[in-house]
Design a protein around this ligand. Sequence first.
Ligand SMILES: [Zn+2]
Length: 266
Amino acid sequence: MKSLAYNTKHGKTHVKCGVKKDLSNIQISDKDWHDPLDKMQIAIFMQSGGYAPYWSGFGHVRNGSKHQGVDLFAEPGTRVYACLEGIVYSMSELKGYGKTIILEITSNTAINILKKRKETINYKLLYPKIKHTVNNSIIDGEQAFGPNYDENSNVFYIYYAHLDKYATDISVGSKVKVGDIIGATGTTGIDETKSKHKGPHLHFEITTQIAKGLTGRVNPSFFIQYDIPTNTKYTYNSCVDYTIIKKNINDYLPIYSKQLEYRENN
Ligand SMILES: [Zn+2]
């Protein structure tokens, strides 16, 4: 279990929309939230093997195209957890998402934990500007949230996509508790005619609406605790050069060695 205490000294995250609730009297412990995976790292390689950590971030990170969640590296078959208490809203095969579980979060307690978590993690956008891979122009990349995101919503939905399996003890309408295993990661929903599996991952979203595109969505990186220091800075320059990450792996990011293995062997 991880402690959240060490991040609190950085202060509060300020959000531009909505009325901010006073959360100062809410205490959260590590039992109140479970990250979606045991090991949390951004997928640094695309399915095709290209090195592009920003491609896994939230926002207009794909040469200006949208990415509604974050891609978390996961070897196929990795356990997936309910982050908060909620209800299984759907379990279905969605285009581009493959086997997907959506949890619906409505309890005040769970929603307050989510908000408190954002303050505690205090994530700062890593890739607000990226370099277009075709014309090399510098464009907007990672974003904090999409249109119509309401931080004071009384309902949140959590998406887990590209799953291989659903847990056998859940079905639509089931109640889940924090830390319940709800499935296993896979590569479903990925167009195999275009992509290989050099970057297997869980696609993970948090939204206040079941809607298309970035509508209602918030950057999930605000809520999850990565296994890398979140102050690791990759600029659009360092993002494009695979030799740099190789050097980083050897020098000070051995945590990515598994990803490198997948990239080399698939
Ligand atoms: Zn994704």
